[in-house]
Structure formats: C-alpha cells, structure tokens
Design a protein around this ligand. Structure first.
Ligand SMILES: CC/C=C\CC(=O)SCCNC(=O)CCNC(=O)[C@H](O)C(C)(C)COP(=O)(O)OP(=O)(O)OC[C@H]1O[C@@H](n2cnc3c(N)ncnc32)[C@H](O)[C@@H]1OP(=O)(O)O
Length: 694
C-alpha cells in the first residue's frame, strides 16, 4: 500500500499505492507510518519525499472504508508525527491531493506540485469536513480570507511541468541543511482580517441561504473560526468534535451514498476480449459461449497436448454450432496459448481449472500479476469460496463467481456469485455478460454450493435414503418423472457424472481415509449418511460417461438407461449388511421427501440472504435443473401445496428421521406460516438478513 525505497543514496521515497486514486485506506496509513519510522531512524536518510503511484498523489481518505469501524492508525497523530519529524519531508503532488491527501501534503515541510495538479478539500460534498488538521493548517498557511492560485497563496513551494517526484527529490536534497521550525504549518498563526466575526457571520448567512439545512458547510465555518482564534492543539480538538457530529449524521451517509451511486449508475464495462483458463469440458463450452457473441477469446492450457486437444475440440464445437445456426464459424476470434502472460490486456478472465482451491489460488495470484488492473477475474467454481480467491488478488472488488452448468454452451443458467468484496459494477458486468451470452443470470450469495448445488444436496440425500429404506432408482425416478421432471434424480446424476460429488464428499471428510474410524455405521459428522453412492463410484461407475452408474448403458456415453441387476444386488447386500428391513414406499412419500427437503433448503437460503427472492431460486431450478415449468419452481410449488401442509409434512418426516437435519422445517417457513402465509412475492419482506449485494 506504500513502496519504500532509497533514491540518490539519502532520500527515502515513499510511494502511495492504492488504486484508483491512492486513497488513504487503513493499509495505506499503516504503510506510511511504517515507512516514516524507517526513514526517520535510518542515519543514511537525510530527507523524505512522498508521492503517489500512477500520477495521482492521494484522493483523500478511502471513502469505501467509511461504512465500517475505523481500522489502522488514525490520521491525525500520524500527520502530526510527520510534521514534527526532524528530517525534511517533501510532497510531490501530481494529479489530485484532495481531502486527507491534501492534509498529508500540508504536514510535509515542502510541497512541489505539477502545474495540472488539483489540491482541495471536497469533504463538504460528502457531508463531513477536513478533520485531520486540514481546516487548521490550511488557514494558518494562507490566512483568511483566501483566494485561488496555490503558488501565490503559498500553498506550494514550486510548480513544475516536469515529473513532480524527480523535482521533489532534488528539492529535498537542497532542503536538508535548512531549519524546519518555520516549515511546520501547525506552528504558524492564522492571518485574520480585523472584521473576522462580521466576515464569518456574512459567510454563514450566505451558506444558510444557498444550502438551507445542510450541516457540513456550517461546521466548516466553525472550524475556520477555531483556526483563527485558537492555538493548533485546541483548534484540532474542535475540528474533531465537529467531524464526529457530521460523520454520524444521516446527511453524511446520504452524501457518501450519492458519491458512489453517481459512479455506479450507468456503469457498464463492455467486454470485448476475454480469456478462458482450462480447456476441459466446461472451459470449452464457456469459450464457445463467448465467441458466439463476438468476444475474442484467449484460451489457455497448462500443457501442449491438452492445448492441442482443447483447440481441436473448440474448433469442432464452433463449426458444428455455426453450421446449425447457418453462420460462419468465428475461428479468427481465438488465440490458444500456454502462457498466462498473453492475458495482460484482456477485459475479463474466466478461470475453469480443476476444482482445487490451492490450484485456483495459484492461478488467481498469477493473474493479478499479469492482468491490467481493471481486468475482471471470474471463477467457474461450482461451490468453492469466491472470497478466498478474491483475497489472494490485488483487486478483490473485481473478483466474482460465474458458475456455468454443464454443458456450458447449452445450459441456460448462470449463477453469478457475489463475494462480499465484489463491487456492484463487477456483478453488473458479469450479469450483463451472462445476458449477452443468452444465459439466464441469477445473482447469488457466496455460500458452499451457492444456490443450485446447496439445494441439490438434501434432494439427492432423500433419494439415497429412500434407496436404503427399500426403493429402487427406477421407482424413485419414475415418481419424479411423473411429477414432471424430464429426468429423475438418478438418471440426471448419471448424465452429470457421479465422480464430482464423490470427490466433494471425500474432500469434506465424508468418505475415504479422513473418516473417523469410530463413527457409527451410516452416520457422518453427527447425521445420517448413505454409503451407497460411494460404493457405486468405488466400482468405477461414474454414470453415462463410463457406460454405467445407477443404470447400465449400452456403451460409454450412451444415453439409453436400463435397470442394472448389479445395482439391485448391491442394494440388497447393503440392506442385509446393515439390518435394514426394506419396506414399500409410496410415490407420494418419494415426491414429498425429495421436494419438500429441496424447498426447505430454499427457505434456508432465503433466510441466510444467499438468494434475493424466491423467484430467483425458482428460476435457478427451472433453468439449471429442469424443474417442471408448470409446477413453477420449488418455492412456488411449496406455496401451491400450501406452506402449512409443507410444514406439517416436514415435521412428520423429521420426527421419523431425527438424524436428518434437512427435514427440520426452516425458521422462515415457520415464520411465513405464523404470519398468515403471504404470497411468494411478499416473502422477501419477512427475511431478516440479506446479502449486501442482493
Ligand atoms: C479523518 C478524515 C480525513 C479525511 C477525509 C477525506 O479525505 S474524505 C475524502 C475526500 N476526497 C474526496 O472527496 C475525493 C473524491 N473523489 C473525487 O472527487 C474524484 O473521484 C477524483 C479523485 C477527483 C477523480 O475523479 P475522476 O472523475 O477522475 O474519477 P472518478 O470520480 O470516477 O473516480 C475514480 C474511481 O476512484 C474512486 N475514488 C475516488 N476517490 C476515492 C476515495 N477518496 N476513496 C475511495 N475511492 C475513491 C471512485 O469511486 C472511482 O471508483 P470506481 O470503482 O472506478 O467507480
């Protein structure tokens, strides 16, 4: 957040680095404090120059941090210490020195400004006042009343057309031998006109007329009066009191909201170029989606052979797609590479590497080094923590999840996963890109499994518990297909592939070597667990792609599902091993247990604020899981069944299976029943916590 280096052997150069305007965030303040300590204690250092990276000195306090509690070193003592230091400090001002940035410049003993630099205190526009000594020092420097031009007023010591930093370093070397006392602005006395009271009264009248009811300008006038009539140590105390009143006022919140709202409104990042990292099935599908809408794509793989295979597959897909749509294939939009360095100019990257957090973190770390600062970094994870990935980058606000579903160039659903630090524009850009690619994009919160997969777990769990209790995959699928699903849960799982869930269960310690050997059979982590899906995978049966899963298929990749005696046998052996007496299970029980568990998790998701509204969940299930449209989606279906009945049935099933927490009715469901069962569109009003972005 600030670079420290020694230049010309004796000048400590401190460069503030907090894009876009080097605002003094807690991290920047911390870095300034540390660097100053270093500079003042190093006998080699005779002078210090402070400048800002990328042509901007400092845009003031980091307004993004105003919403939270104060972190890092407070500004006033930090600035006082810089001024009191025994080595000359020179501010090299390019671009802006605003608010806290200008205050920083004012505690420096000298100020060198580029002719185009802008210095000032815009705090009133944010409903506050310069409260790190700004009102006290500026007036001591230029007197009351003051007019424009900085050099004439004595605000800056030199104006330059050259590189302000280089000029400041030379200036600092010349300043080494000079006394510092008169350069400490807080020690000066404010030059006042004889009619100070009359002047300030007149200004107060003007302000009240021009901005009736607005607090900050009036507070500024009071701070000016303090600067004129009090010694610095009293004036700064008064400044702080005024700030405290303003800072917690609704006016300050409103004005700061307006600052960001103005910048957010209409913000639109047009994505012209993108990169896809990883050319497996998902990566290839995503690359085709992008190229289909005219976005140029750099496709990256880690090995030559994988790159070549990916290239051929993508070209084949594009050609088939173009033929089907009667257009020519946009092959010229593609570049294939093994090097992440080729991504330095793209607008957006979608990472589609293996679902492994450590690997993804390495990729994101590398991306923040090679991509330009404005590049959006997206991950196609199907359930990993997006914020953990954002945390390893230099731009957490530009990181977002884009959860595509397989096959990515066919499936309509896109979950845009909002991390707590993803900015509104980043989310808006991902949402609009999704729309452009013809997807139905839904913004969701960053929780394990996001929305679709989080809900799918209790749905699939119920189906496998029903297998244990006596049902067959065919019977369960038939009940769900009669309900309206195009495919029952087992046929769908065979299509998607069983190995992904197996790996996730292993990583969560539910099976494999991490399982506590003491844990009772068919229980994991304190709740009921069905071992059958793991046993199917252990036989190398991963679904259609291996020619067998819950069903058997005529060949690898075959789609014609037939009941498999091997599975029947496995179920019988399993039940007898664990002493389970199979029972007849009705279709009604199958549908209720699977679908009410699904909806119950949906209520939990709404309650946690991970989806904005029940309609979003329904859209996710309509477009991401083939939920029968005429049933409206799981949440609408629950409302049609009647929330009271859903609640009663869940209570009944939970009583019968107390070791299955997903069957315990969610508090939101109970609340909705208790408050008279409002229509779906009104459920949102009963949700207490909402993810800040939704
Ligand atoms: C103890 C209290 C001490 C001090 C109080 C303060 O310092 S309060 C802050 C005082 N500073 C300001 O009010 C400056 C506000 N910013 C501006 O006036 C303009 O942004 C600026 C710096 C003149 C640049 O204008 P430009 O038109 O070039 O760009 P834009 O306004 O779109 O801003 C670019 C992005 O920078 C973000 N940003 C600007 N200032 C700050 C800041 N102080 N803190 C955090 N972020 C800041 C702005 O939101 C834009 O971000 P983006 O994500 O691109 O929308």
């Amino acid at each position: 957040m600030a670079r420290y280096e020694l230049v010309k052997r004796s000048v400590a150069l401190i460069t503030l680095t907090n894009p876009p305007v080097n605002a003094s965030s807690s991290a920047v303040r911390h870095a300034i404090a540390k660097s100053m300590k270093c500079a003042l204690s190093d006998p080699e250092v005779t002078a210090v120059v402070i400048c800002g990276e990328n042509g901007s000195f400092c845009g003031g306090a980091d307004i993004r941090e105003f919403a939270g509690p104060l972190k890092g070193p407070p500004l006033v003592p930090l600035l006082d210490a810089i001024e009191a230091g025994e080595k000359p400090v020179v501010a090299a001002i390019e671009g802006v020195a605003l608010g806290g940035g200008f205050e920083l410049a004012l505690v420096c003993h000298y100020r060198i400004a580029h002719s185009k630099a802008r210095l000032g205190f815009p705090e009133v526009t944010l409903g506050i006042l310069p409260a790190a000594g700004g009102t006290q020092r500026l007036l001591r420097l230029i007197g009351i009343p003051a007019a424009a031009i900085s050099l004439k007023l004595g605000i800056v010591d030199q104006v330059t057309e050259q590189n302000a930093c280089e000029v400041a370093v030379e200036f600092a070397l010349r300043a080494v031998a000079k006394p510092l006392l008169s350069r400490r602005v807080s020690m000066l006395t404010t030059r006042c006109p004889p009619d100070l009271d009359a002047l300030l009264d007149a200004v107060t009248m003007q302000v009240k007329k021009k901005a009736p009811g607005v607090m900050a300008p009036l507070a500024c006038i009071q701070a000016v009066r303090a600067a004129a009539t009090m010694p610095y140590y009293k004036g700064i105390k008064r400044e702080g009191e005024l700030m405290a009143t303003l800072f917690n006022s609704g006016q300050a919140w409103a004005l700061q909201y307006c600052f960001f709202a103005q910048r957010t409104a209409g913000k639109w990042t047009l994505i012209r170029s993108a990169a896809v990292i990883g050319l497996g099935t998902m990566g290839r599908g995503i690359a085709v989606c992008l190229a289909r809408v005219g976005i140029s794509v750099i496709a990256v793989e880690s090995e030559k052979k994988l790159l070549e295979t990916g290239r051929q597959m993508v070209i084949g897909m594009l050609e088939r797609d173009a033929k089907r749509r009667g257009v020519s294939a946009s092959l010229n939009l593609f570049k294939f590479t093994l090097s992440l360095h080729d991504l330095k100019d793209v607008d957006l990257v979608i990472e589609v590497v293996f679902e492994d957090m450590a690997l993804k973190k390495r990729v994101f770390q590398e991306l923040s080094k090679v991509c330009r600062p404005a590049t959006l970094l997206c991950t196609n994870t199907s359930g990993l923590d997006v914020d953990a990935l954002a945390g390893v980058t230099d731009r957490p606000h530009l990181v977002v999840g884009m959860h595509f579903f397989s096959p990515a160039h066919v499936m309509k659903l896109l979950e845009v996963v909002c991390g707590p630090r993803s900015s509104s524009e980043t989310i808006a850009t991902a949402m609009s890109l999704g729309k452009r690619m013809g997807k139905v994009s839904v913004a969701v919160g960053n929780c394990p499994g996001f929305v679709r997969n989080r809900m799918l777990k209790p749905y699939i769990d119920q189906a496998t518990f029903l297998l244990e209790e006596g049902a067959t995959p065919e019977q369960i699928d038939k009940a769900l297909e009669d309900f309206g699903f195009a495919m029952g849960v087992f046929r769908m799982s065979d299509l998607a592939g069983l190995d992904v869930g197996w790996r996730v269960r292993k990583e969560s310690g539910l099976n494999g070597s991490d399982v506590d050997p003491e844990s009772p059979p068919r229980r994991r982590q304190g709740r009921r667990y069905c071992l059958i899906p793991d046993m199917v995978c252990e036989q190398g049966r991963f679904g259609q792609k291996t020619g067998g899963g819950w069903y058997m298929y005529d060949k690898r990749g075959g789609t014609n599902a037939k009941p498999d005696p091997l599975i029947q046998n496995l179920l019988e052996t399993y039940r007898s091993k664990y002493g389970i007496q199979p029972r007849n299970i009705s279709n009604q029980e199958i549908v209720e247990r699977c679908l009410f568990a699904l909806a119950n998790e949906g209520f939990g998701i709404l309650e946690d604020g991970m989806a904005a509204r029940p309609e979003d969940i329904d859209v996710i299930y309509l477009f991401g899981y083939g939920f029968p449209r005429h049933r409206g989606g799981p949440m609408f279906y629950a409302s049609m069944v009647g929330l009271e009945r859903v609640l009663k049935r869940l209570e009944h099933y939970h009583q019968a299976h107390p070791d299955v927490p997903h069957l315990k009715p969610s508090p939101l469901l109970k609340t909705l029943v208790a408050c008279g069962i409002p229509p779906v569109q009104k459920w949102r009003e009963h949700i207490k916590t909402m993810h800040s972005h939704l």
